[in-house]
Design a protein around this ligand. Structure first.
Ligand code: ADP
Ligand code: MG
Length: 575
């Protein structure tokens, strides 16, 4: 909570205004019972109508001022809470943007979404009520006690008794519900996770007739969440009637013992009325505090979850004084004895990989699924950092330059093509905002995307839905290849990027790519021998280790793993 408070600093002025208005409101409310007592004691008992009217008008005026102050308090506290929520969301989002895959492995996407929405919402709500209750309640409570005692010392024990009972009740309730709040937030995460999976995997769920299974999974979490919420609500809702009961009891006690004092002439009727009202104000103050006792732990849970995101140390960071690439020559790529292990996994995903790709050359990586091909290319972009050894671009360790500069030199086509919602234009231009239309068209043509773009009624203005769900897998792949080409980078990475293409398109595309990659270092990951046969060097990866390297013909002779892959694909190639 303390760590989050610095996001409140910009609101200092409004906070002061809000508290000022609160004071005005509280003073007005403390003033009213006193005037009421005067009306009863003087106006009614001495039958002075003019006095009643005068006092009544003053009371109306004070009540109006109090009402205006109350509106201002609401206004200010809403502004503070909404603004604080906005700032916090901005910061959390910005922090997440800087996450590398290592941090994404740690938090689930669903968890991050809950933290960004629900958790910040909790804090926002707490703040909105907190400004009002936490400042208002002490003023009312202490003010009420002072005013009550001024009216009668001998009845003070009633208020003391009520306060003791109330404190005990608040303590019991808080200890019962607080542990449930952590549970509720975690269950909300889980619910988001299950519903996200169920929705994004809808096709799979249906195809495998697993709706019932998904429904049960959802129902399970949903029921747990409902149970936890129900428990909390039950406890809280039992508390309110108890408080009302205490209030009534206090009124009865005051009237009972007050009546004796009136009979003994040590107190006047008006004072009793005022006394009851002050006692009720004190109890109200306690109710507010008890509400806060419920809300604060909940917000603390949420706050902790947000701070967790904000304080996650980036695994992949820019160096303090980044070096710059020597821009005069084309970049080469080198892996020097690279080892890599995923967090929480015992085995190395890469063991001692070395390779060099010079400008204008192509290195292909082939190997069974799970052999570490994607892991290897991820290290070039610093999605992860090597555990041991070095990845060098242009002779510089990738950790020595800024991520921005590094990635600006790389054209990356991921294994799973991802498009962003927008148009074909906006997707092609994604990495190079300044690119001319001609360049986009050329890149689309080289990526063999022209044909299907031309078929769409809006051509390049055709809308692309979220996640590219309105284009086919192969079309998505071609667009994502074109997007990388537009950048005209010095290093190309194709991570199994031709897998969804038919053989003819694949061939045409590789021919067209040559013009783009002539002076660049190219890494092609592929399962298809046909796609990599002509590479300058082929690296066979197995279990994260290099099982063989060389050109096609030499590997056919010395690398049994390679020969095996080739023979398994030959019938397919010739058909
Ligand atoms: P390929 O691209 O060759 O199919 P990957 O590089 O994706 O293989 O994966 C290599 C190995 O690393 C696999 O055994 C896989 O299970 C493991 N792996 C991949 N990503 C992660 C991750 N985020 N956390 C832990 N292990 C991972
Ligand atoms: Mg892969």
């Amino acid at each position: 909570m303390v760590k989050l408070s610095r996001y409140l600093k910009p609101f200092t002025l409004i906070i002061i205004l809000a508290i000022g208005s609160l004071f005005v409101q509280a003073i007005c409310e403390l003033e009213l019972p006193k005037l009421m007592a005067k009306i009863v004691n003087i106006g009614i008992q001495q039958n002075r109508n003019d006095y009643i009217v005068d006092m009544g008008l003053i009371m109306i005026a004070i009540a109006l001022i109090g009402a205006v102050a109350a509106v201002l308090v609401s206004l200010f506290s809403s502004r503070i809470a909404a603004g604080f929520g906005r700032d916090l969301r901005r910061c959390v989002f910005a922090r997440i943007q800087g996450f590398s895959n290592a941090e994404f492995d740690q938090f689930s996407a669903a968890g991050l979404i809950t933290r960004c929405t629900n958790d910040i919402g909790q804090i926002q709500m707490m703040l909105q009520m907190g400004i009002r209750f936490l400042c208002y309640a002490p003023i009312m409570g202490i003010g009420g006690i002072i005013m009550a005692v001024l009216h009668s010392v001998s009845l003070s024990w009633i208020i003391v008794l009520a306060v003791i009972i109330l404190s005990g009740m608040v303590a019991v309730v808080a200890s019962m519900v607080t542990p449930r709040f952590t549970l509720i937030q975690n269950l909300t995460d889980k619910l988001n996770l299950v519903s996200r999976e169920g929705l994004s995997g809808m096709m799979v769920v249906r195809a495998f007739n697993a709706q019932e299974h998904e429904k049960q999974r959802f129902d399970g979490v949903n029921k747990e969440l409902a149970d936890a919420n129900r428990f909390v609500n039950r406890v809280l809702n039992t508390m309110w009637p108890c408080m009302t009961l205490i209030m009534s009891g206090v009124s009865v006690l005051i009237v009972w013992f007050g009546a004796k004092q009136i009979a003994g002439l040590s107190m006047q009727a008006g004072d009793i009325i005022a006394y009851i009202q002050y006692a009720l104000l004190v109890i109200f103050a306690f109710m507010m505090i008890s509400i806060m006792f419920v809300w604060i732990p909940r917000a603390v849970v949420s706050g902790r979850r947000i701070v967790e995101v904000l304080e996650t140390e980036y695994v992949v960071t820019d160096p303090a004084s980044p070096k710059s690439f020597d821009g005069t020559k084309k970049a080469a790529l080198e892996f020097r004895n690279v080892k890599f292990r995923y967090a929480g996994v015992k085995e190395n995903a890469l063991r001692d990989v070395s390779l060099t790709v010079l400008p204008g050359r192509t290195t292909a990586i082939i190997g069974p699924t799970g052999s570490g091909k994607s892991t290897l290319v991820n290290l070039i972009l610093r999605f992860y950092d090597a555990s041991e050894g070095q990845v060098l671009v242009d002779g510089l360790d990738v950790r020595e330059v800024s991520q921005h500069e590094l990635r600006a030199r790389i054209g990356y086509v991921p294994q799973k093509a991802e498009l962003l919602s927008g148009t074909v234009w906006s997707n092609l231009r994604y990495g190079s905002p300044g690119a001319a239309s001609g360049e986009l068209e050329a890149a689309a043509a080289a990526a063999q995307a022209m044909e299907f773009i031309a078929e769409m009624p809006e051509k390049f203005d055709a809308p692309v839905a979220q996640g590219g769900s309105n284009v086919s897998g192969g079309q998505k792949q071609r667009l994502s290849i074109a997007r990388a080409l537009v950048k005209r980078p010095e290093i190309y990475i194709f991570d199994d990027s031709f897998s969804a293409l038919d053989f003819k398109t694949d061939l045409l595309l590789r021919r067209a790519l040559k013009e783009y990659t002539r002076e660049s270092a190219v890494i092609i990951v592929s399962q298809r021998v046909s796609a990599i046969m002509n590479a300058d060097e082929i690296i066979v990866l197995e279990n994260g280790a290099v099982a063989g390297r060389g050109v096609h013909s030499s590997l056919m002779q010395d690398c049994p793993q390679y020969a095996e892959i080739v023979s398994s694909q030959l019938p397919k190639e010739s058909s």
